[in-house]
Design a protein around this ligand. Sequence first.
Ligand code: HEC
Ligand code: HEC
Length: 421
Amino acid sequence: MATVVWIDPGCCRHEKKCFQCSLKFQHQVFSDFLSEAVLRYSDSHLQLLPLQKDTTNTVFYSKNKIKRGEIMKTRIFLLFAFLAISAISGGCSKKTETNTAMLDSTMLKPFKPLPEMVEADSNPITEEKIKLGRMLYFETRLSKSHKFSCNSCHSLTNYGVDNQPVSTGHKEQTGDRNSPTVYNAAGHIAQFWDGRASDVEAQAKGPILNPVEMAMPDEATVVKTLKSIPGYEEIFKKAFPDEKEPITFDNIAAAIGAFERKLVTPSRWDKFLNGDETALTDMEKKGAVKFINTGCVTCHAGAYLGGQMFQKIGLVKPWHAQNDSGRYALTKKQGDAFVFKVASLRNVEKTAPYFHDGSVDSLSQAVDMMGEYQLNKKLNAEDTEEIVAFLKTLTGELPKEYIAEPELPKDGPNTPKPVLN
Ligand code: HEC
Ligand code: HEC
């Protein structure tokens, strides 16, 4: 640990300049938000740890390990969060009264409206690619049994989920994790609960070959199958006009990725962020204030209210199930035990059951548990009700035309038959 700086839960009394003056703000943010936790950076993510005797009032920075950009980003965010908090709590008083009038632009700084699409230089979006990607999204012949497509577990007319604790794939096998929604997922820092795929293109390759999902034996079989279906050749050529042999495993993933990059669901919350004061009711505004005030915004911010960092589930109290170690299984680093991607809260009203293990059916219960496990705060019934009301404003409109199921080309004479075992 390179530098130790003080955090003062007493709020405001502490005017010492720490290793950068802006840290002054952090003290106050954390004394308001999280008087019982400290902030610590580990290699790649920031962690909030319960206060222990020897670390009381202390924030550790391991300067050598942190990328500067990340510190800066976090600082800027914390600064905004502080401004927001001071706006509602009147500077340094401990008052937490909810005043919806205060939900002004300063307080809303940690949030952003959704983009129209999530662009990437690595995979430019074209109409032709989207058209192909949409077909492949619904293509059951990308599965061994010809029974499963992406849409089986991520139903586009059902907010991109199957509403099952864990999904069922090939031969009725079940996986270990809940299927997250594909809507707005392209904008996250990484894909999967543990972030093991860097983007939606890399992600799309996973389920096709996963033995408990679509169960294709290898990439070559996937490519051979699509080549055997008359019609696909031409559609791939249009989507990838510069390529001689456009039907490749990479291009399948690129087309599906391009389609997913426009699965975006703006909601009343975006209208509100864009200046329409009437888009939210008073109750919903109160909920937004509570969401910020309680500290949910520390992790659930940005356009997706999540999806931008990895955090430990069960920060202040061990998570109720300990069988899935999250990112630890990937990195084998102790600090990554039970660390998962912070879930986006877009459409959360519709995507039950909740958490990586699908262990919780009710949104109110999920909210209460976040208070308990992440923030060491017991929310009362009114707090929960208002926060839930706010979360429901994140339910967007599904892009009906964009997700309309396309007609798929028929089998050719050499198209492999479904294999059920
Ligand atoms: C049998 C069910 C099943 C099928 C079929 C399936 N998925 Fe998934 N999907 C899941 C589960 C479960 C996860 C979470 C797994 C994890 O995090 O370890 C997931 C994760 C994802 C994610 C990550 C979202 C996020 O927020 O991190 C995306 C995107 C996605 N799937 C897209 C697809 C696409 C595209 C296809 C088709 C090529 C597909 N899925 C097929 C069950 C399925
Ligand atoms: C310290 C970071 C942190 C804080 C603070 C936090 N969360 Fe979370 N939240 C997470 C992580 C990480 C997940 C995903 C955990 C998992 O399932 O493994 C999550 C998941 C959720 C989910 C489930 C979403 C889904 O699709 O399964 C909801 C709802 C939620 N949070 C709401 C809240 C609310 C409301 C608050 C404030 C009371 C809050 N969170 C505070 C990190 C945090």
